[in-house]
Design a protein around this ligand. Structure first.
Ligand SMILES: Nc1ncnc2c1ncn2[C@@H]1O[C@H](COP(=O)(O)OP(=O)(O)OP(=O)(O)O)[C@@H](O)[C@H]1O
Length: 221
């Protein structure tokens, strides 16, 4: 699905990803872990650029439009699936079928906020679920997420990750939660200072190894 060879990425003169090789297979669930500043988001953005035809991105910055409602923000996930005129109509006077679709999706994400509520008035966890709903509403085969559950409690994060996995063939996510990585992903890769220092099937890893990794003590695997 994606073959990356000798990838180096820089911001101005600062190298952030350094000579990285990585292959990702269709159908995989891949967690990207590592300390803050290791280059995880930079690598994830690169991966999304390569796969964006078939992938929905749920980024750390979310990109929600604060002044618009929950419905409008979620509906934006479907813009590419419909004509300009149809989208314009739906954004001005949402059709009952689309409202029901968005309401059903929000309910599946345990998002209780009224659809007409502006996202500016939502909590951090609710905003994160609106961003997640918008990504799911794209209905793409692959999901690419950057700490998509960071504002949610562990039980909610587990539930929503299960839902994301049930709806996508391939899932690639940056995670800061080792339990989530171990319980829901086939493979875990770890970055440290822009280098790939871990790449193993989850079944070959345990919590202690990953805890060391998150504590930034792990040597090259
Ligand atoms: N737009 C940018 N311009 C300049 N430097 C950047 C930019 N974005 C990120 N960086 C730098 O690149 C490095 C890697 O950042 P990146 O966000 O990829 O790391 P990360 O592992 O995702 O970190 P975190 O877990 O804190 O989100 C950091 O040193 C960061 O300061």
């Amino acid at each position: 699905m994606l073959q990356i060879e000798s990838l180096s990425l820089s911001y101005r003169e600062t190298r952030v990803i350094d000579d990285l090789d990585l292959s990702i297979k269709r159908g995989e669930s891949l967690a990207i872990v590592g300390p803050s500043g290791a280059g995880k988001s930079t690598l994830l953005s690169y991966i999304y650029e390569q796969l964006k035809q078939d992938a929905a991105l749920c980024s750390q910055s979310q990109g929600l439009v604060d002044a618009l409602s929950v419905f409008h923000n979620v509906y934006m996930g479907a813009l590419a699936r419909h004509s300009f005129a149809y989208n314009l109509l739906n954004l001005a006077w949402p059709l009952a079928a689309r409202r029901e679709e968005v309401a059903k999706l929000c309910a599946e994400l345990y998002l209780e906020a009224p659809l007409q509520k502006p996202v500016s008035s939502l909590s951090g966890g609710q905003r994160q679920r609106v961003a997640l709903a918008r990504a799911l509403y794209q209905q793409k085969p692959s999901f690419i997420g950057d700490e998509s559950f960071s504002a949610l409690d562990p039980v909610m994060a587990q539930r929503l990750l299960s839902l994301v996995k049930a709806r996508h063939e391939t899932v690639i996510m940056v995670l800061h939660d080792s339990d989530l990585a171990l319980s829901h992903f086939d493979r875990i890769i770890g970055l440290s200072e822009g280098k790939l220092v871990l790449d193993k099937p989850t079944c070959e890893l345990d919590g202690e190894q990953l805890a060391c990794f998150f504590d930034n003590q792990m040597a090259t695997s």
